[in-house]
Design a protein around this ligand. Structure first.
Ligand code: NDP
Ligand code: 8X3
Length: 258
């Protein structure tokens, strides 16, 4: 029986690359996000390329009722969920705490923390009933060290880190793996969203860095998911070669070359 993975935030970046990677490996994939047109396009492409089933659910993870309706529908479409990737998330703005935009704060908290919880609350009971499964939470280096003007985004990712630990403990008796993948800088739509469509500012974030690509994180997710049944990676930090922490990175040009 083929396995099924549910990936939130699969319309771009890490989520899209993870969906592609697992489809290539023979998984049926449920892809989600708000942009239905993109989900439809990705479904058509993947089903053309691989002999797998792609299910789409367009919803906003911030809206509890939408999450519940979509997940209840999904439960009628598949027999089981083997892997959940809690990936949907974003940063919105970047400013000192005394000047922060409260709407941005709420967007980040509602998406990165509450949205992740809404989805997990729907899927964890299925995995518990199966007595198997794997939850992969996409955290960040921002979950490990706070950086200047990153305040609320970092706080949401610290919350993901705490929830990852909590899930691992609470789901331990049921044979459910829980893994946090904490990436550093990666060139996706992340900065374009953070800087509200300012393409130049988004591009400058990665200038001269040779940042991670979405496919790197997809490879790592696949590695975590394909380990033997008794092995679980609990927590993993991954950066590009020239980044050490969320506050310390150098440019490619500064690196001593062999
Ligand atoms: P992208 O902007 O490329 O992708 C974000 C995805 O999240 C999109 O598919 C988007 O879908 C979805 N999403 C955002 N808000 C919502 C919402 N309210 N409801 C449903 N889906 C939503 O960025 P990344 O791929 O880089 O980001 C993925 C995750 O990785 C995020 O959690 C981010 O915090 C994290 N991360 C990113 C890093 C980076 O440098 N890029 C580094 C470390 C972590 P849609 O807009 O269609 O709803
Ligand atoms: C996203 C990466 O650069 O904001 O989590 O720390 S960064």
């Amino acid at each position: 029986m083929s396995k099924t993975i549910l990936v939130t935030g699969a319309t771009s970046g890490f989520g899209k690359a993870i969906a592609e990677r697992f489809a290539k490996e023979g998984y049926n994939v449920c892809i989600t996000g708000r942009r239905k047109d993109r989900l439809e396009k990705i479904k058509a492409e993947l089903e053309k390329q691989y002999p797998v089933r792609i299910i789409i659910h367009a919803f906003d993870v911030r809206v509890r009722k939408q999450v519940e309706d979509a997940m209840n529908h999904l439960k009628t479409q598949v027999e089981r969920i083997d892997i959940l990737v809690n990936n949907a998330g974003l940063a919105s703005g970047m400013s000192p705490i005394d000047e922060g935009n409260i709407d941005d704060w709420e967007t980040m908290i509602d998406t990165n923390v509450k949205g992740l919880l809404y989805v997990t609350r729907q899927i964890a009971p299925l995995m518990r009933a199966q007595a198997s499964g794997h939850i992969i939470n996409i955290g960040s280096t921002a979950a490990k060290l706070v950086y200047r003007h990153g305040n609320v985004y970092c706080a949401t990712k610290y919350a993901v880190d705490a929830l990852n630990q909590a899930m691992r403990i609470d789901l331990l008796p049921y044979g459910i793996k829980v893994t946090a993948i904490n990436p550093g800088m990666a060139e996706t739509e992340f900065s374009l969203v953070r800087f509200k469509g300012d393409e130049e500012r988004a591009k400058n974030t990665y200038a001269g860095i040779n940042a991670l690509r979405a496919e790197d994180i997809a490879d790592i997710a696949w590695y975590c998911a394909s380990l033997p049944p008794h092995v679980c990676i609990n927590d993993l930090i991954v950066t590009c070669l020239t980044q050490a922490t969320s506050v310390y990175a150098i440019k490619e040009a500064e690196r001593v070359k062999p």
